[in-house]
Design a protein around this ligand. Structure first.
Ligand code: ADP
Length: 483
């Protein structure tokens, strides 16, 4: 089965968050299920710099006013298809923002072009490789099902995965004529959203199947509190909606082989983890390694509940714990965290920025990973925490609720607990969860058991990859090869 995956970021070429990890891991996870997945992404400056001897497999004379090529290149076993359109993508800054952090003003055109290119590949193929299915991720690829529905590939099934329904790709109505879609598509049954154009809405209307990244989030987005204005549409399409939890890339995230950490370790050699704890403490200038070290690796936004955590900084220090944070985002949150480090030197550490190796060290050297998100479609840092013996303390929402088993009495007695959950996302509830975690940490036997159970938990892609493969098969016409 041939599947074209379309995403705006894919690890290891370009990453700002979990979408990249998932889009990067899916091809290998699906290969063992007979799926030949190739991944289309924009040729940003950072991506072009990584290409080695790419071959041109498709050319556009005019893709939104610019010439463009699709270049194929195999990296770490994955077949990447790079949409090389310098006018659109070869510029300074990140995938979505310029060097000063402002959205590129032509993002609508940049990501419409990505979707248009995907639809063209579905129509004409790439030197004989014609996808059976197109799998689009998030709003940036949301128009792929729309272009396909209104083009020559209307019979090819499409899947749209929502990694975060808060990001919808909404633009003013003036951009609609530039999309090259029939006027009828600008309607309430198409991509029109309160007078604006919504890329995600269009995709949700037209995709053959919709998935999101955990079963709990699939239920949550059907409610006004989590649906971000699209809950009505999600409910209307409930029959096409599936919640499939993310796994982690076992090649990238394995403490036994991870080249980004000072000391490799495994369940049977957990003592070696101490060297990473020490390295982490040194890195953040912590005053010794007594007491638990809480870690946070996150975008610093309201969604992630960072403000609630900041309210508890004094309590954390009073508990005898330390807190280290890696992330960037809202300036007010960054300023508050900086102020906390100044108030509690040696106890609170903060690194502003994006640092992949440091994120690995935090998982390998921390005692607990905190994820106090107000909503969390899946969340990956708690999965990395489980794998690395960095016990998760998480809000009971979305994928966090699905992947961490709270150390309540019953779960502890049954030997299945892997972390701590709390709800609602308030300082009181989080403080209580942190206290429970600190008490457990104080008993080395209890703590070792928790780490053990977490490290043994199945956070692989095995089950989820099978579910995607089954979904693809359901969407294809029945044949002797697909009974
Ligand atoms: P989201 O996609 O909402 O940002 P996830 O938990 O799904 O949240 O994925 C976040 C991913 O980005 C994880 O791989 C995490 O380790 C990584 N990450 C987040 N912030 C940073 C940072 N400042 N430096 C390095 N990695 C980060």
């Amino acid at each position: 089965m041939k599947v074209l995956s379309v995403a705006s970021e894919v690890y290891p070429l370009i990453k700002t968050g979990g979408l990249a990890d998932v889009a990067g891991a899916l091809p290998a996870a699906l290969a063992s299920h007979g799926v030949d997945m190739r991944v289309l992404l924009p040729g940003y400056k950072q991506v072009l710099a990584r290409l080695r001897r790419p071959s041109t497999v498709l050319e556009f004379d005019d893709l939104f006013g610019a010439s463009a090529k699709v270049r194929a290149c195999k990296i770490d076993g994955v077949q990447f298809l790079i949409l090389d359109a310098p006018d659109l993508y070869d510029r300074d800054g990140g995938p979505y923002t310029n060097a000063s952090g402002a959205d590129h003003p032509d993002n609508w055109r940049r990501f419409a072009a990505l979707s248009r290119a995907a639809a063209t590949i579905a129509e004409v193929g790439l030197r004989g490789w014609v996808p059976d299915i197109v799998h689009a991720h998030d709003w940036q690829a949301g128009l792929a099902p729309v272009y396909m529905k209104h083009g020559k590939a209307s019979a090819t099934p499409t899947v749209l995965t929502i990694h975060n329904i808060a990001f919808q790709g909404q633009f003013g109505p003036e951009i609609f004529p530039g999309l090259g879609l029939p006027p009828s598509v600008f309607s309430v049954d198409g991509l029109e959203y309160y007078g604006d154009v919504s890329f995600l809405k269009g995709g949700l209307q037209m995709a053959s199947a919709i998935t999101t990244v955990s079963p709990t989030y699939a239920q949550e987005i059907r409610t006004p509190a989590f649906g971000m204005g699209l809950d009505g549409l999600i409910n209307a399409r409930a029959d096409a909606l599936h919640g499939i939890v993310n796994g982690i890339d076992p090649e990238v995230w394995d403490p036994a082989t991870d080249a980004m950490i000072p000391a490799n370790y495994s369940l049977s050699k957990l003592k070696k983890r101490q060297a990473n704890r020490k390295a982490l403490a040194d890195r953040f200038g912590l005053a010794g390694t007594d007491g638990p070290v809480f870690t946070v690796v996150s975008r610093l936004t309201w969604q992630k509940g960072i403000d609630v955590l900041i309210d508890l900084v004094d309590d954390i220090v009073a508990m005898g714990a330390k807190l280290v944070v890696l992330g960037s985002g809202d300036q007010l949150l960054e300023a508050a965290l900086l102020a906390a480090t100044e108030r509690h030197p040696g106890h609170i550490g903060f690194f502003i920025g994006y640092d992949e190796p440091l994120s690995h060290l935090m998982q390998a050297g921390g005692d607990m990973v905190l994820v106090p998100s107000r909503f969390e479609p899946c969340g990956l840092t708690q999965l990395y925490g489980l794998r690395y013996g960095n016990v998760p303390v998480v809000a009971r929402t979305g994928g966090l609720a699905d992947t961490v088993i709270d150390a309540n009495e019953a779960a502890s007695a049954a030997g299945v607990a892997t972390g701590f959950q709390f709800s609602p996302v308030t300082p009181d509830a989080l403080r209580e969860a942190l206290r429970r975690a600190v008490r457990a940490f104080a008993d080395p036997k209890i703590w070792a058991r928790l780490q053990n159970q977490g490290m043994k938990a199945d956070v692989s892609w095995d089950r989820s990859a099978l579910r995607y493969a089954e979904l693809y098969a359901e969407l294809l016409p029945r044949t002797s090869e697909n009974p």
